[in-house]
Ligand binder design. Sequence first.
Ligand code: ZN
Length: 739
Amino acid sequence: MRFTILVLTALCAAAYAADEPILGYDEASSAEQREAEVLFDASIDAQEMDGWLKHMSSKPHHVGSPKSKENAEYMAELFESWGYDTEIAEYRILLPTPRVREVELLSPTQYTATLREDSLEEDPSTFVRDDLLAPYNAFSIDGEAEGELVFVNYGIPEDYEVLEQYGIDVRGKIAIAKYGRSWRGIKPKLAGEKGAIATIIYSDPIDDGYGAGDTYPKGPFKHESGVQRGSVMDMPTYPGDVLTPGRGATRNARRLDRNDAPTITKIPVLPISQRDALPLLAALDGEVVPPEWRGGLPITYHFGPGPARVRMRAQFDWNMVTAYNVIARLRGSEYPDEWVIRGNHHDGWNHGAADPISGMVATLAEAKAVATLAREGRRPKRTMIYAAWDAEEPGLIGSTEWAEHHAADLKEHAVAYINTDGSDRGFINIGGSHVLERFFNQVIEEVDDPRSDITLKERRRAYELIYGDDKAKQTAEERNDLRIFPMGSGSDYTPFLQHLGIASAHVNFGGEANDGSYHTLYDTYEHYTTFQDPGLMYGATLAKVTGRAALRLANAPRLPFEFTGFADNVALYVSELQELAETMREETEKTNKLIDEGTYAAAINPYKSISVPAKKEPVPHFNFAPLKNALDRLQKAAAQFDAAADGTTDVSSRINNLLYTSERLLTRDAGLDGRSWYKHHIYAPGFYTGYGVKTIPGVREAIEEREYDQVASQIAIAASVLNTMAARIEDLSERIGGD
Ligand SMILES: [Zn+2]
C-alpha cells in the first residue's frame, strides 16, 4: 500500500519537475535552457549513430592498430566539420602484444589448448580477423612455467582462506581461476603473492555462458570458444602508461626501465575459453570443492593440486606505440576559462561494438547536437571539450596520459568530467561525485525511458523497489533522490576524479541485456544490434542524458554543485565503517571462541583433509569521534548552503570557482598510503578488489586488512579532509549570503 502511494506521489512529482527551475538557474534562464534542450533532443539521430557504429566497429581497432588511427582521424574530421577546434593528442606508450601463447596439459592426460575463437557463419564480422589481437592479458610478464594445476575458484582473498583450511598451498603451482567477482588483475596479483608461478583465467559457463542463457549466435551469452581479453596491469597502484607514472607520456618524457615498472604482473598469466579449460579442470583430483565453488562444466570440480601437470608459456612483443586521443573544443561564449569535459574511449580489444563504440557514438551524437545549437545562436557559455580516448583497454592509458600532461590546467579550469563507455539497455546507472547527485537526479526526472512513458528516474526507482536488496528498497522508498553510486575504477573517469579531484560522473544503461561478448571476438555490430540495443533507442537516450548534463553545467549561472546529498552519502559511509568494525569484532570473537572450545574440530568430517581455521587477532575498538564530528559540521554546513543558495543564482565567478574546485579539497597531495597516485580520500578502487569502490578508503582498507594500528591515523586524515570541505561550504554560504 505504501508502495502505491509513494509511486503516485513520485509520478506527480515527475510531472511537474519540469516547472521547477533547474538547479543553479532562475526561472528565465531555466525556460531558455529547456527550450534549447528540446532542440537538442530533436537533433539526436539514432540512425546516424547506427551508421557510425557499423563503420567504426567493422574491424579490430585496438591501440596501435591501423583502424584505431583511422577511427581517430574519422572522428576528428566529424568534430572539425561540426565547428569544433580539434586536435589529435599523441602519446608514446608501452604496449605488449602476444607473440607466444601456449597452454598444455602434460599429464595424466594430454591436451593442447587451442587459444582460438571460432568464426561463426551467422556473424560475418567474426571472419574479419586482420589485426585481431589473439586472446591475452595485457601487462602479464613474459614467462614459462610448468607445475601442478590448482583450482582457486575466483582467486579472490576469501578463496585463499578456504584453500588454507583445506591445507592447500599454491606455492610452486599454476593457479587456474574463474573470471568474475573481482577485477581480473587481482587474480594474478594475489596468486603471485601466495607463491603461484603462473595464472590461467577462464570463463565458467555458469557465469556468462550456457549456464546463464542461450549462447551466441542463438542468444547473447558466451560462445564456448570465447575468451575475455583484458588488462592485468596493477591499476589499483596507478593506471596509465606503465613507464611514466604521474607524468604525460610525451615523446621526450622521462621513462622508467621496463624492469622497474611496478604495475606489470609478477607472474605470467593467460586467459582461456571454457572449452580449453574443461580438459584441464577434468584432470584435477584431490578434495571435491565446496558447493559455492562449483561451476557449470559437466565435471566434478576438484581443488587439485595435480595430478594435472600443466606447462604454460606467454611471451609478448613489448613495443612503443602511439595512442591517438581526439580532443575537440568549443570555446565558451561567457566563461571560456571554465571547462566542461565529456569523454569516451574509442579503442577496443577487437571489433568493440559494445565496448566502447556504443558509448562513443552517443558521445558523437551529443557533440553534434551541441554544435548545432551553437550554430543557431545558442553557444554554450562555458568551454566544452569532447574527448575520444585511445588505449583505455590496456589500462586507461590515453585519458591518464592526457590528464597527467595537462594536470595544472585541468585543476584550474575543469568544472566537471562526464564519462561514458559501453552501454546497452535497461535502467539508467549513474555513478560519481555526490556533489552532483541532486543535479543528476533532476536530469533523469526530465528524460523519458524510450520504451515506456515514465521518466528514467521512475523506471530506476521501480527497479530498486522490485529487484533491489533491502537497503536499496528502503532508500527508494524513503529518499527523494536516488543515490548515485560511488566510483572505484574501470573507465576513463579515474584520472580526473581520483588523481586530479575533478567532480566526475559515469553514465550508462544496463541490466536487461546481460551477455558474454565482453572483450571477445563476438563483441560485434551484429551481436550488439541483435541483442544489446536494437535500433540504438537507449543509445539515443544516453546522449539526451549526458548532453543535458553537459549543457546544464556549461550554461548554469550558478554551478549546480550541492552538498546535502554529499553529506548524506558520507554519513552512510561513516556508519558503514562503524558497522564493519563492529561486525568484524563480533565475528572474530565468535570464530576464535568456536576454535578454542573445539567446536570446529568436532564438526569437521574426519574423512576430509579440512582443518580448523587459524585464529585471528581480536579487533579492538576504534575511536570514530573525529570522523563523526567532521560529519556533523559537514551536514550543518550543507544545510546552511542550501538555505543561502535557494533562489540565488546570480553569483560571481569567484563563487563558481569555489564551487567547482570544492572536489579538489577531497584530495591530498600525499595520496593514499602505498599508492600516492590516488589522491582522493572519499572514493578509490579497492587495492584487493580492483574496480570495486572503497569509500573513505584509508580507513576502510586499514580495518579490512586488519592493520589496526593504522586506523586512528587514517580516521584523523579523513576527518581533516571533511573539515576542509566543510570550511569551504561555510565560506560559500557566507559569500552567497553576502552577494
Ligand atoms: Zn570500455
